[in-house]
Design a protein around this ligand. Structure first.
Ligand code: NCD
Length: 293
């Protein structure tokens, strides 16, 4: 499928062949530090929700390809959102100046709302608990790079499956492949979408079956009552002892930020790919930007 000129709003837009060609292109992009493919292009990053990796990663990708960036990390406070400008209008306005827009918003559907006004492609950098397509792209790219394939892997999703847009996006994108899922969460934090696979709340009893352990913190800010999040904290800690039960070739993925679920003492283990993932994210976003533009 052709991504040129398309908004990238949700995982469902992708098919398997497109993913595989993005992986190949991302691999080539890894060597590019000072490219010129995006020379003369401007990317606007409009963030209505906090971010460290996603915004910088897109900006690094654009700058590495010779393009330039218009950045607002605090749209709620410092843009005309403060003066009640609609997202439709903001999309219309920014698209008169930029060639592509990357946006994050704490509410599901708001990126799509802005895209309706935009005359240039809008890429979803996360909307509420709904979707985070580019994080799924980089997570699958990390799997593909490590295993040379995605089919036949067993993937464990661990933590707040209900509120984590990352785990949800991963589950949807991985469904295009022939994979097995294991879902590890408390009863109250199960996926709200239909994801097949065994369920448990005991990580140590299933870790030996996994090829990929995909973990995300309890998403406290997405709870109706944030205090309820506290009672789930600390239930899924990937301790050295539990990690030692995993297969030699298993990898641990996490979009970060982390809390207690990933203790610093395991960082040095070669299975832990969560910092390496960040570099993969830049390469993947370089690949995506060059396909979309
Ligand atoms: C995640 C997000 O924003 O959904 N982080 C990211 O994009 N790297 C995960 C999280 O906030 O826990």
């Amino acid at each position: 499928m052709n991504l040129q000129g398309q908004h990238i709003l949700k995982v469902e837009q992708f098919d398997k062949d497109t993913l595989l060609s993005l992986f190949e292109l991302a691999k080539e992009m890894e060597g590019v530090k000072d490219g010129d493919q995006m020379k003369g292009k401007l990317m606007a990053t409009l963030f209505y929700e906090a971010s460290t990796r996603t915004r910088f990663s897109f900006e690094a990708a654009m700058l590495r390809l010779g393009g330039n960036v218009l950045s607002n990390a605090d749209m709620n406070e410092t843009s005309s959102a403060k003066k009640m400008e609609t997202l439709y209008d903001t999309g219309k306005v920014v698209s008169q100046m930029a060639d592509v827009i990357v946006m994050r918003h704490p509410e599901a559907g708001k990126v799509e709302e802005l895209s309706k006004g935009s005359d240039v492609p809008v890429i979803n950098g996360g909307d509420g608990s709904n979707d985070h397509p580019t994080q799924a792209l980089l997570d699958l790219y990390t799997m593909w790079k490590h295993f040379g394939k995605i089919d036949a892997l067993t993937i464990g999703f661990v933590g707040d499956l209900k509120n984590s847009r990352v785990l949800r996006a991963n589950a949807k994108m991985l469904s295009l492949f022939d994979v097995k899922f294991v879902k590890v969460s408390p009863e109250e934090l199960k996926f709200s979408i239909d994801v097949p696979g065994d369920e448990t709340d005991d990580l140590s009893s299933v870790i030996a079956d996994l090829d990929v352990l995909s973990i995300n913190r309890i998403q406290k800010e997405r709870f109706e009552n944030p205090e309820d999040a506290e009672k789930h904290r600390g239930k899924f800690v990937l301790s050295k002892e539990i990690l030692a039960k995993s297969k030699d070739e298993m990898i641990v993925l996490c979009p970060l930020p982390r809390m207690e679920e990933l203790p610093v003492e395991i960082d040095g283990d070669a299975k832990c790919k969560y910092f390496e993932q960040i570099g993969n994210g830049v390469a993947m976003r370089m690949a995506l930007l060059s396909k979309v533009l």
